[in-house]
Structure formats: structure tokens, C-alpha cells
Design a protein. Structure first.
Length: 251
């Protein structure tokens, strides 16, 4: 049985398991901590945006930690809105907002958490990406590995190999769905989807006509040795339920 601890976050007493991440404890207790590079879709958190910094006081000493990957090991007091945190978070927010000036979400967050005095920072024209890496993590988790972080320094970006259409991309939109700044653009018609410079045909359920994804993503989800489904999960479950009802009716 895991050891239980009681910590205080912004004056609120919270019970948690030893080793539980501070961000999760705060969220469970209705305490908001801003975050960009963290997704509940993954157990492995990157902690690269640093916007979730907080102050933790343990045994009379304070330190700044990254809440989304900081494990609670002992009773402590946490400050998510101390003057020190607000100042440092404003600097981080300003840097990220200038990195992705075309992102509406970044502009809104910077307006809410930012402060004046950062006009000297140079913006990256036309950019929405903050290089959080969630899109690459999502792609790798599917076993496709179609995109990655390329180049270095100020030229660093997320892209397909040499910017060419990737043979491994299945057009599933997992990368776009986890992106916190809407940096991954795609277009879609009634029959096709285009992303990462590649066009995909869309697959629809033969029963209800709902969109199942691209033909490549449906085939990839089914597996190499499995039959590619022609109906969506909802229709498949309904069909199984109907078959079971018919079976029980004659038992």
C-alpha cells in the first residue's frame, strides 16, 4: 500500500500518494497550474515548456520546481502564485509567445500571465510551434515515426525527413490533436485529407457513413495481419449486440 501524505497548495490541504506528481495533485483538488507540453495521453511527460513552475517549501527551504514532473516525497507547502513564480512565469511566457507569435492560444496566455518589458525580444515570423515535442511523441507512440525534430539552434523545427512527404505518415491527425498551439495545419475535403505535404483518401463506415479516418490510418490501426474493418466501432458493437440478442432469443 502506497504511503499517503498531506501537502498544502495555496493554503488548501491536499491528500496524495507518495511519489505522485504535484501537478496531478493540484488538478485533482481544483487548483489551476498552467501547462502546455503535458498531455494526459502519455505517461511520459516532457516538462520542456516550464510554464508550470511552482515554489515548493520543504523543511523551511524554498525551491522552484516543474510541477508536471515533480514527485511528492514528503509533506510540503506549495505556492503556485507567489511573486517569484509570477515573475519567472511571465518571462517564460514572453519567450514562448515570441517564439510562436501567430498562435492565438499563446497570445491569450501571454495576455493573461505576461507582463510588460519584453518588447526587445525578437519574434519568429509566421510561427506557431513552441517545440514542445508532443506531436513527435504522439507519432512515435503509434509506431509510425513520420515526423521528428530537425535542425538545431534557431532553425530547429518539427518536420518530415527533408521536408518531403513521409511514407510512414498515415494521416491520423494524432500530432495535430495533441498540439497545444494549433501549429500543425491540415486541410480536408469530403473525400481527402492533406497533412505534412501528403494527401490521403478518407475511409467511411459502410453502415452509417461516419468518418473512420484515412484508409492508411484504419489499416495501420487494424495491424498488418488483421482484416481492415469496413464499419466503425459503434456499428460493429451494435452488430455484435444484435447478434447476441438473436442468439439469446432462441436459447
Amino acid at each position: 500500500m502506497n504511503e499517503m501524505l498531506t501537502i498544502t497548495i495555496d493554503g488548501v490541504e491536499c491528500t496524495c500518494q507518495k511519489g505522485e506528481y504535484l501537478y496531478d495533485v493540484a488538478t485533482r483538488n481544483g487548483i489551476w497550474i498552467p501547462v502546455l507540453c503535458r498531455s494526459d495521453a502519455f505517461d511520459d511527460h516532457r516538462a520542456c515548456c516550464r510554464i508550470c513552475i511552482v515554489e515548493v517549501e520543504e523543511r523551511g527551504r524554498r525551491k522552484v520546481v516543474t510541477a508536471c514532473v515533480y514527485p511528492i516525497e514528503q509533506e510540503c507547502t506549495v505556492y503556485t502564485k507567489s511573486e517569484k513564480i509570477l515573475e519567472e512565469r511571465a518571462v517564460i511566457m514572453a519567450l514562448l509567445a515570441h517564439r510562436a507569435p501567430d498562435s492565438e492560444r499563446m497570445a491569450e496566455m501571454n495576455k493573461f500571465m505576461g507582463r510588460s518589458g519584453f518588447d526587445r525580444l525578437i519574434s519568429v515570423d509566421g510561427e506557431k510551434c513552441i517545440l514542445c515535442g508532443l506531436c513527435v511523441q504522439a507519432c512515435n507512440s503509434l509506431g509510425t515515426g513520420a515526423i521528428s525534430t530537425v535542425l538545431r539552434g534557431t532553425d530547429k523545427k518539427v518536420d518530415t525527413p527533408y521536408g518531403n512527404p513521409s511514407a510512414f505518415c498515415v494521416g491520423c491527425l494524432s500530432c495535430a490533436n495533441v498540439c497545444p498551439t494549433d501549429a500543425i495545419e491540415y486541410t480536408q475535403t469530403d473525400t481527402t485529407r492533406t497533412i505534412w505535404n501528403r494527401e490521403f483518401d478518407l475511409a467511411f463506415c459502410e453502415e452509417c457513413g461516419s468518418l473512420m479516418g484515412t484508409t492508411e490510418s484504419v489499416r495501420h490501426a487494424a495491424g498488418e495481419d488483421s482484416e481492415v474493418p469496413s464499419v466503425c466501432d459503434a456499428c460493429r458493437k451494435k452488430k455484435l449486440a444484435d447478434e447476441m440478442m438473436q442468439t439469446y432469443r432462441y436459447v
